[in-house]
Ligand binder design. Structure first.
Ligand code: PLP
Length: 408
């Protein structure tokens, strides 16, 4: 990098161009400007667990594209499988054999999955699960944990501009680990709740399910004739190859995957128990790119690596190395770091920081020192992260904790 050039000049220049032709500059969650001036706004390239911004700055990437990158950017086996498939044909008027192979593979790997559909994004899979549950039960309501993110769709974001108010009545909420709250919802809405959708742990805080939470949730669903859908879009494959429900001890009827399933290629999957075959055959589910074979080839190669290497154990181990290191530094500098939750997907936040001012400052300093750190979203660990990546990050965080402690 040219030392005379401001660190993020090209990022900011591209942002000014973006603002003129795209709503909000960059819409949605991949908006670097929302993280503050210390964060880059556009990335130029990536390799393994490193990314380079448009100014040429290199970062250890702890966001992994918000989850999809699980084996490393440009993983040779995945990219070779994709290249071979693209040369043969990708988006054709009929599906190819890879689709069936992948469905068979997922059914083999997933103890609680007997039937599979594929889409492109996580929202395709979670919306399909809702449709199947409604078709199966003949009921309209969706119960979710308060504020949980499941899709950029009206049923999941009924209070956003442009969405008719009627969608608000379709969504009811209870607290994470709050079985009494869920029981009260079933009592308040008898024979109306089609599905209870949860994530395998609380993504906002990283909190694990309390002992008995998922058993109790299952029992309530059974007692009231509702289905249980596990939204494993974000966590899927970082904890267990057969679904995070196997790791956290849950027994859902429906499972939704996306993000990491194809190591960065656009794919999602919805899985259902055999008992839901009738409903799954009745709902309408399709899309122009749902049957493209390149992403299926990527997923087959990704699952092959995950199944035959220690990738998942490595993700857990590297995550613990990183988060133990952060916790030790925070203690030493007397900075109140909250418990990070799941080391493979840690939530890095400071206590007593309601507007996240100190958390943002900390993450901005860590990012400027070469480890991309998000102040408002859980981080992601991949199998491509190394001990050296952790060491480089902890070097940056050591200085950042010291600064944050001094600044108060
Ligand atoms: C838990 C969860 N469910 C569903 C989704 C929606 O996935 P997508 O953005 O691919 O539609 C996300 C996306 O972040 C998610 O984190």
């Amino acid at each position: 990098m040219d030392p005379d050039r401001p660190r993020l000049a090209a990022s900011h220049a591209l942002w000014e161009r973006a603002r003129r032709v795209m709503p909000g500059g960059v819409y949605g969650h991949q908006n670097g400007a929302a993280l503050g001036d210390g964060h880059p706004r556009f990335l130029a390239r990536a390799e393994r667990a490193r990314v380079w911004d448009v100014d040429g700055n290199e970062y250890v990437d702890w966001m992994c594209a918000y989850g999809p990158m699980i084996l490393g950017y440009g993983h040779p086996a995945v990219e070779a499988a994709v290249a071979e498939q693209l040369a043969a044909g990708d988006c054709l008027p009929l599906p190819g054999p890879r689709m069936v192979e992948l469905a068979e593979r997922l059914v083999r790997l997933t103890p609680r999955g007997d039937l599979v559909v594929f889409g492109n994004n996580g929202a395709d899979a979670t919306s399909w699960a809702v449709d199947v549950a409604r078709a199966h039960t003949g009921r309209p309501l969706i119960a979710r944990v308060a504020g949980a993110y499941h899709a950029a769709r009206p049923w999941a974001l009924p209070r956003t501009p442009g969405v008719p108010r009627s969608h608000q009545d379709e969504l009811v909420e209870f607290g994470w680990n709050d079985l009494d709250g869920l029981r009260a919802l079933f009592t308040a809405h008898p024979d109306r709740i089609a599905v209870v959708m949860t994530t395998p742990f609380d993504h906002a805080t990283g909190a694990a399910p309390a002992l008995g939470f998922f058993d109790g949730l299952r029992a309530l669903c059974d007692a009231h004739g509702a289905l249980f859908a596990m939204d494993d879009v974000r966590a899927g494959f970082r904890f267990h190859l057969g679904g995070s429900c196997e790791h956290f001890g849950a027994a859902p009827d429906l499972i939704c995957y996306s993000k990491a399933i194809a190591n960065g290629h656009a794919l999602s999957a919805g899985l259902a128990r055999e008992s839901l075959r009738g409903a799954a055959e009745r709902v309408y589910f399709t899309g122009s790119f749902f049957f493209a074979s390149g992403a299926f080839a990527a997923a087959l190669a990704t699952l092959e690596v995950l199944e035959h290497t220690d990738a998942i154990a490595r993700i857990q181990r590297i995550g613990r190395l990183l988060t133990d290191g952060l916790a030790e530094q925070a203690r030493r500098h007397a900075v109140p770091l909250l418990p990070v939750g799941q080391p493979a997907m840690p939530v890095v936040r400071l206590a007593d920081d309601p507007d996240r001012r100190r958390t943002r400052r900390f993450c901005s300093l860590v990012t400027a020192a070469g480890a991309y750190a998000h102040p408002g979203h859980n981080w992601f660990v991949s199998a491509a992260h190394t001990e050296e990546d952790v060491a480089r990050t902890l070097e940056a965080s050591e200085r950042a904790f010291r600064t944050v402690a001094e600044e108060g």
